[in-house]
Structures are given as C-alpha cells and as structure tokens.
Design a protein around this ligand. Structure first.
Ligand code: GAP
Length: 527
C-alpha cells in the first residue's frame, strides 16, 4: 500500500465479519450491547493469539541466553506510577462535539479549512424563548449550502428548549457572522459543529484495594497497569540479584495493559484492554544507540517470520521534538492495515530514565556494578514494545484472501482462505475420514487424531463432503488436511496401507505420506 492513508473499508468489513462468523473475535458483552473497547477472543482467536505469544516467548526468551522472563501483577502500586510519571502525566487531550456530545482525541483531528458561521444565540418568537450562547459551524466543502450551517446551529440551540414541541426549524438565529478558517482543528470533521476546548483526560483505570477501601485513602488506591514495562523496572534489582546476569541482558514480559482510550476504534486496534509483549534490554550507556538499531532489525525479522509481508512493514524514525524527552532514538514499526498504515510496535532507547526515576523515588540503589571496570552506574535500556492484539489483527488482515477459482463458463467460485503461516495457524492439521459411515475409516482417523493431538491443535471433522470440509478449513487457515481414505485401509493396494493424503491449503496440492512419518512431516512445517 503506497499511500499511508489508503484504506479498504470493504476488505475490513469482510475480515470483521469472518472473525465473528468463524469464532476468532467477538465484542465483549455483546449480549448486553457490548463493552466499548473490549474484545473476547473466540476458540480460534484464542489459539492464534496463544501461538503468537508462544512464538514471541520462544524467540525472545527461550532461544536466547541473555533474556529472562517476568510475569508481573496487573494491579500496580501508585508509587510506581508516580515515579514513572504516569500519574499526572498519562493523559490524552480530549474535546467534545457541542452538538452530538461525541468525544474526540483533540490531537487526532485532521486540520480543516472552510467558512465558519458564527452565531451569538437563538430565539423563538411565538413563545418568547431565547438563548444567548456563542456557537459556530464550519463548512469545509467548496460551494456548500450555507443553510446547512444554519440547520446545524438550530439543532444545537434546540437542545436548550424547554418545550420539545417546538421544532428547531422555527428558531431564529441571532448575530450571524462568518470568517474564513485555514487548518483549524476545533470543529467536528463529521458534522462541522464547534468542539469544546481540549482538556486532559486521564488514561489510567484507578481502583480501590482491600475490604476497608476508602475512596479518599491514598494507600488503598491502585491502578490497572497502563503498560507492562514498569514491573520490569521495579523488579530489575530482584532479577539481577536472583540470577547471574551481566550487561547486556533483557527482561521480557507478555501481559495485559489497560488504557481508558477516548476513542477505541478500528476493531481491536485501539482497545481499552489489550496485551503487550515488551522487552527491557539493559545495557551500558555507550551501547544504547547501536542496540536500538539491532533490536529494530531483529523485530522486523520477527514480523516477517510470522508471515507479515515485508512490503507492508514501515519504519518511522521519530524525529527530535516528537520523541519522549528522555529518548534519544525511537522507531515505530507500522503495518499497512486495511484502515491505513498504523503502529504495531515502538523500539525506543530510553536511556537511564526509568531506573533513574525508580532509584530516586524509592531511595533504593538500582546501580549495576561492572566487575571488569569496577564501575557503578545505572544501566541504560532499549525497549522493543509490541502490541499483541495489534499483531494478531495484522496476522488476520495479512492472511485474509479471496481466491477466484471460477472455471471458464462455470459457476462463480470464490475460495476464502486465511493464509496463516503454519507457526501461528490456530489449527495445525485437520483429520478427515473420507466417509463417516465407514467404521474402519472413522476408527483409523480417530487413531491419527490421537497420535497428533498431544503435539499440536488438531481438528477432527467427518461431516459433509470432503471438498466442503477442505473449504471450511481454508476459511480458518488450517495449513494441512489429512484425509483417511480407502487407500489408507490398503484394501485395494497393500503398499498404500497406513498412508494418508495430505492436502496443502495454499496450493491445494495433495501428497501421500505414511502415518508413521506424519508427526515428523508436520513438525518440520509447523514450528
Ligand atoms: N512501554 C512502552 C509503551 O507502552 P506504547 O507505544 O504506549 O509504549 C506499546 O505501547 C505498544 O502497545 C504499541 O505499539 C501498540 O502496539 C500497543 N498498544 C498501545 N496502546 C494500545 C491500545 N489502546 N490498544 C491496543 N494496543 C495498544
């Protein structure tokens, strides 16, 4: 996708619909109208997400000698978040539409230009009602009917009527003037209505702990963590003291984070409850910048390994002035979602900011003693911080394909296929007896299912014609289907006994494999 803002709404709608239909992702509390910004992963989504997390953990913790794992608590001591700067500092500018009361992120409103219509109030002649209140509407299209601005203004003033029998149309607007506006952000792009002034909106979820919780007792206040990173910093000393680690080394964590986002949107992309996969990689100060580049390359390679197209991944080198004040280097890794190019992960060089702050606020030393140089210093940190749900969404968007298999002159035939890399695919293999009413086939298929089940997620299906069953598996991205047929029973050709047909999802090609080789055949392809 060449253009950063290029979107494909139809494709996105199809993906959202497939996610619900096949059990990848459901809206949380859908039964009760939905909990905005929260999502539940259905059976297939849960497998997909687990596979992603397992793969990330394997690559970043288990296959490395220099990274250790952590699983910190979600409930977070307020002192931790005071030290980190989240309390009092973790907010987004928010404004409200004066007409619809819709809440918008002030920093995400695209600048608009046009003619603004200003009014000082409105009145209703027959009833003698009037209101004095300034209000404006922006018309941002050339040659737009100016009555549209007046209609919007009347709808706004009608909110103050006591008598709801009076139609907004019957109001008289007062004090109309106009002005030409360029690149302004104080009007709602959806309806042109004036917005309130931006004000800070606290993004953290606060809660009270303990049975005697008193709303005003500061010691009873805790927060749902807004990032997993802080418990890594706070446990840094315990990790160093309990493990023989030498710089550079990292601590990795996968877990939930919570942010009371003003505008959750784009399916799971911006949620209020989400999971992060974060590494804090501690190093000597002189190595920080170099390691940031190393981690960027490492993380890009990871996304390719799990199946994201290299062409759809973009690196943004965040310029001076836009980075956090303590960061000398930050890269954002972005992906071409159907709703535009958006952030998947940040790779940030955070210097000694975090450990320095926690040392200062806790009064406990967090320095590292270098045995070789006999120096004591606060380690610097490079932080690759990935969104788990965003990566799952990217995997789903990448995998979704509609393949036209219509034969010349034949009936329209479009195959929906999720082309997941086998390492993340929710179901690794489907076991399908050719016929369900042939007990020998069913028994053999069950044997194969039980052979594979301890090692991977296997789906057994005996309902419907084999072609339809293949298509059902294509739609959920199962890379391999194993068919148990008459040849497996060796009734006609003894040399084929105990062999199965493996059907490949992507090419739809088939090959014959002995049941005794099946496990190793699959292992080679699914890790
Ligand atoms: N510790 C650094 C940190 O939390 P961040 O850029 O705020 O940095 C890191 O978050 C990643 O977490 C993002 O790149 C994104 O993938 C994910 N993330 C952040 N807010 C999110 C949200 N509201 N919904 C889903 N994922 C989110």
């Amino acid at each position: 996708m060449a253009n950063k803002d290029q979107t494909d709404t139809v494709r996105m709608e199809k993906i959202v619909s497939l996610c619900k239909r096949r059990g990848f992702i459901f809206q949380s509390a859908e039964l009760y109208g939905g909990l905005n910004g929260c999502w539940d992963y259905g059976p297939l989504g849960a497998e997909l997400k687990r596979n992603l997390k397992d793969y990330w953990w394997r690559k970043n913790v288990q296959e490395r000698d220099d990274i250790l794992g952590l699983d910190g608590s979600i409930l977070t001591h307020q002192a931790v978040l005071t030290a980190s700067g989240h309390i009092g500092g973790f907010s987004d500018p928010m404004c409200d539409c004066l007409l619809t009361k819709a809440r918008l992120r002030a920093d995400q409103i695209d600048p608009q230009s046009g003619t603004a219509y200003h009014f000082t109030g409105a009145s209703h002649e027959q009833s003698g009602w009037s209101v004095d209140r300034p209000y404006s509407v922006l018309l941002n299209q050339p040659n737009q009917d100016e009555n549209k601005a007046r209609k919007t203004a009347k709808a706004f003033y009608a909110q103050f009527l006591n008598d709801n029998q009076i139609s907004p149309k019957k109001l008289t607007l007062v004090g109309e003037t106009t002005s030409e506006e360029t690149d302004v952000t104080n009007y709602n792009p959806d309806n042109g209505s004036l917005l309130t002034e931006p004000r800070d909106f606290e993004l953290m979820f606060k809660t009270q702990m303990g049975a005697s919780a008193d709303e005003n007792d500061p010691n009873a206040t805790a927060y749902l963590r807004p990032e997993t990173a802080q418990s890594i910093f706070v446990q840094y000393k315990n990790v160093v003291d309990s493990n023989r680690v030498k710089l550079p080394f990292g601590v990795a964590q996968i877990g939930k984070a919570f942010r009371n986002e003003i505008n959750p949107r784009n399916f799971t992309f911006r949620s209020r409850e989400f999971e992060q996969m974060e590494i804090e990689y501690f190093c000597k100060p002189e190595d920080g910048l170099k390691l940031t580049d190393t981690w960027l390359a490492n993380r890009l390679a990871f996304y390719e390994e799990i199946g994201l197209d290299k062409e759809k991944l973009h690196v943004l080198d965040i310029p001076d002035g836009e980075r956090a004040h303590y960061s000398q280097k930050t890269y954002d890794i972005e992906y071409d979602f159907p709703f535009g190019q958006q952030e998947l992960e940040g790779v940030a060089y955070r210097g000694d900011y975090d450990l320095g702050k926690h040392q200062k606020h806790s009064g406990k030393p967090l320095e590292y003693f270098d045995e070789e140089t006999k120096e004591k210093f606060i380690p610097h940190v490079v932080e690759p911080s990935a969104g788990c749900d965003r990566t799952v969404l990217a995997l789903i968007c990448e995998a979704f394909d509609e393949e036209d298999l219509t034969k010349e002159g034949g009936k329209n035939d479009v195959r929906t296929v999720m082309r997941f890399k086998p390492c993340v695919a929710p179901i690794k293999v489907a076991v399908l007896p050719l016929l369900k009413n042939k007990p020998e086939l069913v028994a053999k298929a069950k044997d194969v299912q039980h052979l594979l089940q301890p090692f991977m997620n296997v789906f057994y299906d005996e309902a419907a014609a084999i072609g339809r069953r293949y298509r059902r598996q294509d739609e959920v991205g199962t890379p391999f289907c194993v068919a148990i047929d008459f040849e497996t029973l060796g009734e006609e050709d003894a040399s084929m006994k105990d062999t199965v047909t493996i059907r490949h999802r992507d090419s739809m090609e088939q090959e014959r494999v002995a049941i005794s080789d099946l496990l190793s055949w699959l292992f080679e392809r699914i890790r």
